[in-house]
Structures are given as structure tokens and as C-alpha cells.
Design a protein around this ligand. Structure first.
Ligand SMILES: NC(=O)c1ccc[n+]([C@@H]2O[C@H](COP(=O)([O-])OP(=O)(O)OC[C@H]3O[C@@H](n4cnc5c(N)ncnc54)[C@H](OP(=O)(O)O)[C@@H]3O)[C@@H](O)[C@H]2O)c1
Length: 237
């Protein structure tokens, strides 16, 4: 496994949820860690939790020029992880085109922008986070499944185009993170229970489960171009 001590690692989306759990783990491994996201307040709060001299940068991955400028500063990263994304759920007939395009931009195009602009050392890694690709189709998940399928295509293409940089994607199952804070607490808790009861592992995903899987993708030197599921067996159902 690859040693992460002193490695230059960027977690884009590291101020919350899976990215924050990963950042905390990486700080414990003495990586030279930078966490980026949009909200400075959330970054400041995360930096306190992460500790270990983490650097923070305000960056909106939806902004072409800002992403290009960020990666033009001469830094060659050892590992980059992108955990951004928002929206894309709901039945298509009631979804406006504006909302659909916004959701695609908030996740797929963010990954794409980083993939084309980032400078990563040979043998380093780029890891995205997707989610269910909806192999069986389901009402309300058509767009988010399409976004995640697009990320899978990006992953395979970039693994060839950026070689010998390794490019992989984690596809997590439902995970207890602040992503779900937009729901009414009682609805969210009921949904969490329903999901946990239905899964072969009989529990909900935790941010640390995703962090653990991302760490594998970052550090396994023989894994590239893969979408790896850590979803409690949800894909079997
Ligand atoms: N939680 C789940 O159940 C679940 C399941 C399947 C897949 N996923 C996917 O897993 C990924 C991580 O989710 P999570 O649950 O950890 O979400 P989260 O807790 O909401 O964290 C998202 C992080 O991304 C940052 N971010 C969002 N948009 C950004 C942008 N345009 N530019 C820069 N930073 C941005 C957020 O900070 P700011 O808001 O300050 O920018 C935050 O740090 C997402 O792609 C999500 O779709 C989640």
C-alpha cells in the first residue's frame, strides 16, 4: 500500500460528510492535506475538527475559471478526491430543465472540470464519488442515476487518458451525512430505517465507511478505471 505521510492530498468537498470523514483520517496519517469547498464558514468549522494543520481553500467546482485558476498554481498533487454533488432526485415529469441541468453541473461537470485541469503526479490518484447507477430503474432516480453513469464513463476514460495516474470512483449506498439535512428529520429518520432494514448488512452507511473505501482506491497501486460499490449490498436487491 502507498504511504501517505507528507503526500499532497486535496479533498474537494472535504468540509462535510464523506469528504470530512476522509480528511480526518488523512490528517491522522500525516498527509499534507488541503480541503476545499464553497462555504468558508463550513471550511473553518471542518478545519477545527480535522486538526493537523489542514489547509483550506474556498472553491466552487461549478465555476470553470475558478477551477482552472486553482490548478494553475503549479501544485502537483499526489491524490485528489472529489466528493461534491447536490440534487438530481425526483420524478422527471415534474422536474424543470433548469433543475436538471443544475444537478448535472453540481456533480458530473464538477468531476469533469477537475479531471481536465488537475495536475497529479504519475502513480498518484484521482477519485470521484458517484452513487447508484440505477441498473433496474426506479421512479425518482432517473437523473441522479444518469449523472452517476456519466461519472463511471468519465472514470474509465480518464484512467486511460491520465495514465499512469489512477482514476477510480466510489459508489456509496445511502449514508448518514448532512446531505440529508434538507429533509424533515422525521421523514429522514423513517427513510434511514427503511433503507437499513432492507439491506443485507442491516445498517445504514456511515461517512467513515465511504472514507475507508476511498482510502483503498487512493492507495491500491493496481486499481484503476473502476467503480467500486460500498453500498451495504444494496446493488443486490
Ligand atoms: N449521503 C448519501 O446517502 C449519498 C449516497 C450516494 C451518493 N452520495 C454522493 O456522495 C458525495 C458526498 O456526499 P455527502 O453525503 O458527503 O454530502 P455532504 O455532506 O453534503 O458534503 C458535500 C461536500 O461537498 C461540498 N460541495 C458541494 N458542492 C460543491 C461545489 N460546487 N464546489 C465545491 N464544494 C462543493 C460541500 O461544501 P459546500 O456546500 O460548502 O460547498 C460539502 O463539503 C456526493 O456526490 C453525493 O451525491 C451520497
Amino acid at each position: 500500500m502507498i504511504d501517505l505521510v507528507g503526500k499532497k492530498i486535496l479533498v474537494l468537498g472535504g468540509s462535510s460528510g464523506m469528504g470530512l470523514a476522509l480528511a480526518k483520517d488523512l490528517a491522522g496519517r500525516k498527509a499534507a492535506l488541503t480541503v476545499a469547498a464553497r462555504s468558508k464558514d463550513k471550511l473553518d468549522a471542518a478545519a477545527k475538527e480535522i486538526g493537523g494543520g489542514v489547509a483550506t481553500r474556498v472553491l466552487d467546482a461549478r465555476d470553470d475559471a475558478a477551477v482552472e485558476a486553482f490548478f494553475k498554481d503549479g501544485t502537483v498533487w499526489d491524490h485528489i478526491v472529489v466528493t461534491v454533488g447536490q440534487g438530481g432526485r425526483g420524478p422527471l415529469p415534474s422536474m424543470s430543465m433548469a433543475d436538471a441541468l443544475t444537478a448535472m453541473d453540481a456533480k458530473f461537470w464538477c468531476c469533469f472540470r477537475v479531471g481536465r485541469a488537475a495536475k497529479i503526479t504519475p502513480g498518484g490518484s484521482l477519485t470521484f464519488v458517484s452513487g447508484g447507477e440505477g441498473h433496474r430503474g426506479q421512479i425518482g432516480t432517473t437523473l441522479i442515476s444518469s449523472i452517476n453513469a456519466a461519472i463511471a464513463g468519465l472514470t474509465r476514460g480518464l484512467a486511460i487518458e491520465l495514465s499512469p495516474v489512477r482514476v477510480n470512483t466510489l459508489s456509496p449506498g445511502t449514508t448518514d451525512t448532512p446531505l440529508w439535512d434538507r429533509m424533515k428529520p422525521e421523514d429522514r429518520d423513517a427513510m434511514f430505517k427503511r433503507v437499513a432494514d432492507s439491506l443485507p448488512v442491516k445498517r445504514l452507511g456511515q461517512a467513515e465507511d465511504a472514507a475507508h473505501a476511498i482510502l483503498f482506491l487512493m492507495t491500491n497501486p493496481f486499481t484503476t478505471g473502476q467503480v467500486v460499490r460500498a453500498d451495504g449490498g444494496g446493488d443486490l436487491l
